[in-house]
Each structure stands twice: as C-alpha cells, then as structure tokens.
Design a protein around this ligand. Structure first.
Ligand SMILES: Cc1cc2nc3c(=O)[nH]c(=O)nc-3n(C[C@H](O)[C@H](O)[C@H](O)COP(=O)(O)OP(=O)(O)OC[C@H]3O[C@@H](n4cnc5c(N)ncnc54)[C@H](O)[C@@H]3O)c2cc1C
Length: 484
C-alpha cells in the first residue's frame, strides 16, 4: 500500500528542518512537558485543547507547514475557499466541531436535503429518484441485517434485485461514503456508523473552521515526529531535537502508522500493527473545476449522482457555497487507479465525464482546475479509514495505549464516527481524557491555565456541552437507515 518509504520521509523531514515554514515556532523542549501530541489535524487540535484546559503542559508537533491535516481549506488555487479534504459537516447539531465554532467570521449553513441523479443527458424523474432512494435504504438494511449475524463484506450482503441501479447504489454506499468498494468494507463497521443524514457547510471552508479552533493553540509546524521511545518516559525524536514527556498522543493516519513513518522503541505490539492494516484508508479525491457561467444549470451546493453502469463514475458537488467551483468526487478502487495517473488524467476524466452527462459545451466553460491526490500525500497516504471485513474490532484495539504511555487518536479510532472530522475530534478528546487520568487528574484550573493554557482556550463546559453526553448516546445508538 504505502509507496512512500521511511527513507524518503526522513529526507523530506530533513529538508523541512532546514527550511522553517512561515509562522513555525522554533522547536525547543520546555521543561516539565506532560504530553507530546503528534499531528495537528482535528484529533490533535481537540486533544491539545483538552490538555490545555486541564492545565497540563504539552507540545503539539505537526509535520506540515499548516494545521488541519485532512481538513484544510486552500485559499490559493482558486479565489474562493477550496476544501481539499473534508467539506461536509455531518450532523451539525451534534458535531463537536460546529458546537465550538467561533461566531464571528465563520458561517455554517445547512446543506440542501435533496439530491439529483443524472441518467445520460437528462435528470431522473421523480419515480426514478424514488426507486433509487428506496433501493439505497434496502441495501443499507440488508447490510445491517447481515451484520447482526456476523461480519461479511458489504458487497456480499447487498440484495440481488438492485437491477439497473446496482452500480449507482454500490457507488454511493461504497466509494462515495466509505472510500472503498463494498467488497472491501466490513458490514459490521458500516452498520455501526452513526447516522449522517443531515449536513451543513461552512462558507469559509471546513478547514478554516478547524483552523479557527486551533488559533490559540501553540503548534510546532514543519516538525515531524520521527521516532518515539517509551523505554524511559516518552522521548519523541524530531529533526530539531528530542522532546521528553510523560505521555504521547499520536494522531497520524493508520496508513502513515502502517508505513512505519514513525519508529517506535520498543516496537509496537502485533495487535496494534495489525489494527493499522485492518483499518487502512480508502481513496477519495476532489477534482475541482472552475466553471464559468454555471453551464450545468445547478443550484448552490447541489449534489448530483449518475445512474452509472459501472465503477467509472463520480459525484458532482456543484457551485460550492454559491461560487463557480464544482467538485467532481472520485473514490474507491476506480478513484485510486485514476489518481495514480496524476492530476492531468483526473481532470481529463472529470471533464469527459461531465461532457458525457451535460454535453461537449461544458468543456469550454472550464477555467482553472485542480485535483487532490491524498493517496500520495506522505502525511496522510489516503483519505479515511474503513474496516476490512471481519476487522471492525480493530477500532477498539487502537483505543488501547501502547506501553501505557502512547495513546492513538484520529478518525480511525472511533467506532461510529470514523471517517469524519467530528469522529477525529471526539477521539482526540477521549485520548486526552485517558492521558489526564494517567497523569493523575487535572491541575487546579485557574493556576494551571495561567501557567500553560493558550489565550482563549475553553475554560469550562457550556450548558450545551454538559447536556451533550445524553444527546450523543442517542446519536451513536441510532441505527443508520440512510447514510447520506
Ligand atoms: C478528500 C476527503 C474528503 C473528506 N470528506 C469529509 C467530509 O466531507 N466530512 C467529514 O467529516 N470528513 C471528511 N473526510 C475525513 C476527514 O477529513 C478526516 O476524518 C479527519 O480530518 C481526520 O482527522 P485526524 O485528526 O484523524 O487526522 P489528520 O487530519 O490526518 O491529522 C493528522 C495530522 O498528523 C500530521 N502528521 C503526519 N505525520 C506526522 C508526523 N510524523 N509528525 C507530526 N505530524 C504528522 C498530518 O500532517 C496531519 O496534520 C474527508 C477526507 C478526505 C481526504
């Protein structure tokens, strides 16, 4: 799976070390560090905020020159916010990230509820749409029924009578929702997923929202963790020196861990290493096209699927937040193979596919374009995790600490919200709680805040947050009927 070797990663790290990014904090090991947090994506930011609130000292290391990880907004490629990773804010009323979103400068608004389906050059009629939605519900139920009896691949559990909608149903439930083809996805993992049938978008970009939550947190950017030694305390090696702490929270993706980009001494137990492989990341990329004058005639944030006949298909998220940016979503086995051929091949596919659905004229409307290639990003090596058939239990294994000193966190370490920013956030908070217990509770908040907490870090739980556990239990216990 990994195509990037540890050697090339180390070389890249060394190069980064000699070229500190704008805004990077020069690394130094302040005395008395309690926790080193590796990775400043959603999980790392959440963990850091918790540790700061508890008044413990931490260092947050980030290999890239920016925070956000797989949830980052690109403001350079187009003149409008372009989320290169996560874009849908699932279940915004319950999502911890939206609950904490700053009121000023960030606008979160509901995503349209309806979806369109293209059948060749026309849209599906109401009856056809109903068929598609009904079959999706039936496919979901069949997977949930199979999961109650044991674990199989989702593909094995699908009803036989999906008729000429089979390829479209398989795309929506597999590549589009899970980043993998259904033959590679555990029915138990899929069935356990919390409902995600209400979504929102952030006008400034989901990555901007997440970055706003990290604003008050000190982060050592461009500082990859190279090795973690737990023989005596926890020593985290970087190209700029070693940081010693009492515990570590590692939030890098399962593919980065499986590729052994970080060396552990002593070696991690087999059960942990197996779990990384069983929770490998699927493939999901955006091909972003700037389309002048709305040639597709779609509304802001319209989501369009194709009644496809095979796996060479995609989804369209049109006119993102009312702009001329359209995202063509390619994923699963087809998306992975396509991305191997590079950005130009991805843009070509998206262009031809759109022309097939809307006519050749569309091609003339394309101005700037870009394609993400998360599988070859050495700091992610894929999009998001989906458990292999029989491997759902691996998520719980990743919740166990290594040597009672290193806790794993991130989207893969969540049983119901895997593959989401909200899930990564919750798992980061959970790991921070576990570390705080291990460290022997919290320091006196007032004194501790004065010592280490960043300005503006959350001081206590709001009424809504205190009420959240009950709400969340309900959320997580809800069986999924419709994934989207
Ligand atoms: C294309 C795409 C679309 C998606 N769409 C959605 C969506 O619509 N909604 C949704 O909720 N989720 C979506 N997701 C999933 C979501 O982005 C992730 O689940 C979430 O962002 C993962 O957060 P994390 O903290 O677990 O990991 P990451 O975001 O990967 O954070 C880990 C961090 O560790 C850093 N790192 C790596 N190696 C090292 C090292 N050696 N030392 C230090 N730092 C290191 C990385 O740079 C990264 O910043 C999408 C993902 C992708 C790729």
């Amino acid at each position: 799976m990994p195509r990037i070797s540890r050697r090339s990663f180390l070389a890249a790290s060394a190069a980064l070390a000699t070229r500190p990014a704008l805004g990077a904090v020069p690394p130094a090991t302040p005395p008395g560090i309690d926790v080193v947090i590796v990775g400043a994506g959603a999980a790392g930011i959440a963990a850091a905020r918790k540790i700061a609130t508890a008044g413990r000292k931490f260092v947050l290391l980030e290999a890239a020159d920016h925070v956000g990880g797989r949830c980052v907004t690109d403001m350079r490629t187009f003149d409008v916010p372009y989320d290169r990773g996560a874009h849908w804010i699932h279940m915004p009323d319950l999502n911890p990230v939206t609950k904490l979103a700053p009121r000023r400068g960030i606008e979160v608004y509901p995503a349209p509820q309806s979806q369109k389906v293209r059948i060749g050059r026309r849209y599906a009629r109401e009856g056809e749409l109903e068929d598609f939605l009904t079959l999706r519900v039936r496919a979901n139920r069949a997977i949930a029924d199979a999961a109650r009896k044991g674990d199989v691949a989702c593909a094995q559990a699908l009803p036989n009578d999906l008729a000429d909608w089979r390829a479209a149903v398989e795309f929506v439930l597999g590549p589009f929702s899970s980043g993998k083809d259904l033959a590679q996805v555990s029915a138990v993992d899929f069935a356990k997923t919390a409902e995600r049938d209400a979504d929102a978008f952030c006008r400034q970009g989901f990555g901007m929202l997440l970055a706003a939550l990290a604003e008050a947190i000190p982060v050592k950017l461009s500082t990859p963790a190279l090795a973690i030694d737990t023989r005596r305390n926890v020593a985290v090696e970087t190209a700029q020196g070693t940081i010693t702490a009492r515990a570590a929270i590692v939030t890098v993706s399962t593919n980065v861990l499986a590729a052994e980009m970080i060396k552990f001494t002593p070696e991690l137990a087999d059960r942990h290493r197996d779990a990384f492989g069983k929770l490998s990341l699927g493939s999901y990329d955006h091909v972003a096209l700037e389309l002048a004058d709305n040639p597709l005639g779609l509304e802001s944030d319209d989501l369009v699927f194709e009644k496809s006949t095979n796996a060479r298909t995609a989804a369209i998220l049109a006119n993102v937040s009312g702009t001329s940016l359209c995202l063509i979503e390619v994923a699963g086995g087809f998306g992975r193979d396509l991305a191997v051929h590079g950005e130009a091949a991805m843009v070509d596919f998206a262009t031809d596919w759109l022309a097939g659905l809307y006519g050749e004229e569309v091609k003339k409307a394309i101005k700037r374009s870009n394609a993400t290639r998360w599988n070859s990003d050495p700091l992610a090596l894929g999009a998001f995790s989906a458990a292999a058939p029989g491997a759902q239990g691996a998520r719980r294994i990743l919740m166990e600490p290594a040597q009672n000193a290193v806790w794993f966190a991130g989207e893969a370490v969540h049983e119901t919200l895997w593959g989401t920013v909200g899930g990564a956030w919750e798992s980061g908070e959970r790991a921070a709680d576990a570390v705080l217990r291990r460290l022997g509770g919290q320091k006196e908040p007032e004194a501790a805040q004065a010592e280490t907490a960043p300005k503006g870090a959350p001081k206590g739980k709001s009424r809504r947050e205190r009420a959240a556990p009950r709400e969340r239990r309900r959320y997580e216990a809800t069986p999924r009927i419709m994934r989207e």
